[in-house]
Design a protein around this ligand. Structure first.
Ligand SMILES: Nc1nc2c(c(=O)[nH]1)N[C@H]1C(S)=C(S)[C@@H](COP(=O)(O)O)O[C@H]1N2
Ligand SMILES: [Mo]
Length: 412
């Protein structure tokens, strides 16, 4: 046993050990940065830091291929060495599959613009799946190999020998059960702590493609109270798009705001001929239209075939009358923090909609209701949630995520 470790410490073995250490640290950095990046809680807290963190994740992720390549150069010899150790061989294969899968899907996500939404959708699903399988596996792998667990293990081997001397035909097997027990306990511990979030993720990303369940849950938990509820047009109920496919991830940089008839108003002001202000009753009485469109987030997910019902932005701008000095349409969220902009030309596209309903139902508070913007031809950071003010200005304005590193060019 110690002879084997001595051999490992020399030359080629030494290389393998330091490779393992490097790889371990890379995985730790990627796991921490990755979990913070998906954790909704961190979106608002980090702000600009989130963009730096994303870069760190990408740079370290790209670099993670180096130890893999280096290992593959040594793999032939190592593989032969593991001839008698099927579990270690299995472990090597799992880790290689994880690293290569994370790397490949990560590069596709990083290059979302080059590969387009449908490839990044798949890449994101793969990246997530590997994470929820791979992280528990790697945590288990690390915990069961730390010293304090190995020591009883060594003792087991010693006492096993002792036992074998005492009872030559003896019962050393029962001594192994202690190790198995500790490993089992750790396995169960992990299953209990990580398992539920894994299942939840699995349910939301694989289970209900078609959106039905999840979105119904969001509607059930809607904290807005605006009356009367909008009456869907015939094209909305049943939705002419046939129902959205895919799931929205609820993104917000503030706590989810809620509105009632008392505190919800929609205004258009700035460089307009006639500043407008509607309360909810007046706003739901405005003439709406229906459109079917896809919704793409830069982080890789999309929701297809949304049937949105609302007022085309260009119609609202027509009512207020845009003055000739105006240059930018500044969009304010009722969360008090988030803003974004469109140029007048972009705002004039037919499918830019101030949406009130999705698939024939009011938009729930989590998804930006009662009223959100939808800009189908651009990444969804333009689709301001809880939209309640439009201001026409004669200069540029940098929106929330653009200030924090997102591209000013949001075209899908
Ligand atoms: N007010 C507000 N609007 C917002 C955001 C936000 O954080 N706050 N996130 C944007 C981004 S990046 C995306 S992808 C979509 C997500 O919409 P959803 O939460 O309804 O899925 O909303 C956009 N509009
Ligand atoms: Mo997004």
């Amino acid at each position: 046993m110690s002879g084997f470790i001595d051999r490992l410490r020399k030359g080629y073995g030494k290389k393998l050990v330091s490779l393992h250490t490097w790889n371990g640290w890379i995985v730790v950095i990627l796991a921490l940065t990755g979990l913070i990046l998906v954790g909704g809680f961190w979106r608002g807290v980090l702000g600009e830091g989130r963009v730096w963190l994303k870069w760190l994740h990408i740079v370290v992720g790209v670099a993670s291929i180096l130890p893999v390549i280096y290992y593959l150069a040594l793999a032939g010899k190592h593989w032969k060495q593991l001839k008698q150790k099927p579990w270690q061989r299995f472990n090597v294969l799992v880790v290689l599959a994880l690293l290569l899968g994370w790397f490949g899907s990560g590069v596709l996500l990083w290059q979302f613009r080059a590969v387009g939404p449908s490839v990044s959708n798949t890449a994101l699903a793969v990246h997530d799946l590997l994470t929820w399988i791979g992280l528990p596996y790697i945590i288990y792998h690390s915990i069961t190999r730390v010293k304090w667990l190995k020591e009883p293990n060594r003792r087991t081997i010693k006492s096993e020998r002792a036992a074998a001397e005492l009872h030559p035909a003896g019962a050393p097997q029962s001594l192994y059960t202690r190790r198995a027990f500790i490993r089992g306990a750790i396995g169960i511990g992990l299953a209990v702590t990580v398992g539920p979030s894994f299942l939840k993720w699995l349910g939301s990303s694989l289970g209900s493609i078609g959106g039905g369940q999840t979105i119904d849950k969001l509607i059930e938990n809607d904290t807005n109270e605006l009356l009367p509820a909008p009456d869907p047009l015939p094209d909305s109920a049943p939705p002419i798009g046939g129902g959205a496919t895919g799931n929205f991830r609820v993104y917000t940089v503030t706590p989810i705001p809620s509105f009632s008839n008392d505190n919800w108003f929609f205004t258009i002001d700035g460089l307009v001929n006639q500043a407008m202000k509607w309360d909810w009753k007046q706003f739901v009485a405005l003439k709406r239209t229906v459109q079917v469109s896809d919704f793409h987030c830069v982080t890789g997910w999309s929701v297809y075939k949304n049937t949105w019902e609302g007022i085309p932005l260009k119609e609202l701008l027509k009512m207020a009358g845009v003055q000739s000095g105006a240059e930018t349409v500044k969009l304010y969220s009722g969360d008090g923090v988030y803003t974004d902009t469109l140029t007048l030309e972009q705002a004039d596209m037919d499918d830019v909609m101030v949406a009130v309903m999705h698939d024939g139902k009011p938009i729930p508070s989590d998804l930006g209701g009662p009223v959100r913007l939808v800009v189908p031809k651009m990444y969804a950071y333009k689709s301001v949630k809880w939209l309640n003010r439009i201001e026409l200005i004669d200069e540029e304005h940098t929106g929330y995520w653009e200030q924090r590193g997102y591209s000013k060019d949001a075209w899908v």
